[in-house]
Design a protein around this ligand. Structure first.
Ligand SMILES: *Cc1c(COP(=O)(O)O)cnc(C)c1O
Length: 416
């Protein structure tokens, strides 16, 4: 695809965009002057789709009219409500329906997965993670290491890019695995790194780890709804995600997990709760925990239906569009953004996102000069700043236009 620097080009791209009509189906935040913001922050909090309130109101109404009876007799009964999300989730992450479940929030799910998939012994006890992983992931992993009376300094292996590079090479990950593989219990990566936007090679990394007997998990916070995922086929052991970034399900909404079917009948340790107990006799309240033989067996509590309703609203749009069409537009729009940024000759900015990426582009600002970010914010752009020196920009295929990308570029260029 050849791009062009004129505004007309952006307008033409919008006219021929097969997903154009979806912009109308989201609320785009407005500036004080009544104009729409240039919202490029779907990587942090996705926008609200206009069908969200209908889905939530349905549950409020059933609660008003039915009280506790809603568990069985609501239009969408609450007892199995989480199951209504599983087919859509399975399509988005490339899994069997039995391998996914909506539950908890991401950090909680990561803890639950570490209980099952990090069982250090005197031979295998190390965890491999990105050096610049999201802080919550580091906290979670370190706390498990300490929980097993081990020392994070000795046990946590942190992957760094080479000097002068910002992405971590697959070769370098493989070298760590080759050198220390016998001692490594688990490799846990952000499928898309939250800071650089780098997409890891899930398939090769997982395969390589498995040849050494290492379990593999991914944090999909920035991957789900953004890139192609084939978790089942890639043999990933587990994955966790939140639904409020690219999945547009509202602040703090419930996340989800993927647990590969090969683990469903295993004797893995887990923390247990009544919602993970087999459905046939859950309400007979037996003492002995008998887990559901699917990802659902890791559930603890009955989930918040109002949050799940918001997720269902959003997933209905993903079902309609399909990841393939989203990714196709995403690639075009992100390449267009990179093309425009490459046209800015200023030495004050550089792109640190590698070509293996989703829709996020991370722009490093030399000297960590946050003034630049403050200035684009004043001009109506909503993006985010990540310390020490990065502006993250995410044109989201569902509700961003090529004109948004062009307008952002124009503002940035004028300021620079
Ligand atoms: C957003 C994000 C989280 C958020 O965790 P919550 O438990 O949902 O608050 C965790 N990890 C990564 C990599 C993220 O990007």
């Amino acid at each position: 695809m050849t791009y062009n620097i004129s505004k007309d080009f952006a307008l033409e791209m919008d006219v021929s965009d097969p997903l154009k009509s979806y912009q109308e189906r989201f609320y785009i935040p407005k500036q004080k002057n009544g104009e729409k913001h240039i919202y490029l922050c779907g990587n942090s909090l996705g926008l609200q789709s206009k069908n969200t309130s209908d889905f939530i109101e349905q549950e409020l109404k059933d609660w008003q009219n039915l009280g506790v009876e809603g568990h069985f007799h609501a239009k969408n009964p609450w007892l199995p409500y989480h199951e209504f999300l599983s087919a859509s989730y399975s399509r988005i992450v490339g899994a069997k329906i039995s391998e996914v479940v909506a539950m908890n929030t991401l950090s909680v799910n990561l803890h639950l997965m570490l209980v099952s998939f990090y069982r250090p012994d005197k031979n295998r006890f190390k965890i491999v993670i990105e050096d610049d992983a999201f802080p919550s992931d580091i906290y979670a992993v370190e706390s498990h290491i300490k929980h097993h009376n081990l020392d994070p300094e000795k046990v946590l292996v942190r992957l760094k890019p080479r000097d002068g590079e910002s992405a971590i090479r697959t070769d370098d990950i493989e070298e760590v695995i080759n050198n220390q593989g016998e001692e490594i219990a688990l490799l846990m990566l952000g499928g898309v790194n939250y800071y650089t936007g780098q997409v890891f090679d899930f398939k090769s990394i997982t395969k390589f780890c498995h040849t050494k007997g290492i379990k593999v998990g991914f944090d999909l916070a920035h991957a789900i709804g953004n890139i192609e995922l084939l978790l089942h086929e890639w043999q990933v052991d587990f994955a966790v995600w939140c639904s409020y970034k690219y999945l547009n399900s509202g602040p703090g909404s419930i996340g989800g997990v993927f647990i590969h079917s090969k683990h469903h009948n295993s004797k893995l340790h887990r923390f247990a709760g009544w919602w993970g107990h087999n459905k046939e006799d859950r309400f007979k309240m037996p003492d002995k925990f008998d887990p559901i033989r699917s990802a659902e067996g890791w559930q603890l509590s009955n989930p918040p239906i109002l949050s799940l309703a918001a997720i269902r609203a959003s997933l209905s749009i993903f079902d309609e569009v399909g990841m393939e069409a989203l990714i196709e537009k995403s690639k075009k729009m992100t390449s267009y953004l990179v093309f425009l940024l490459d046209n800015i000759s200023s030495k004050r900015i550089s792109i640190i996102t590698p070509n293996d990426r989703g829709c996020q582009i991370s722009i490093r600002v030399s000297g960590g000069d946050k003034m630049l970010f403050d200035k684009i914010t004043k001009r109506g752009v909503i993006a985010d700043w990540r310390e020490p020196d990065v502006i993250r920009i995410a044109p989201v295929p569902l509700y961003n236009s090529y004109l948004d990308v062009f307008n952002f570029y124009k503002i940035l260029e004028e300021i620079l």
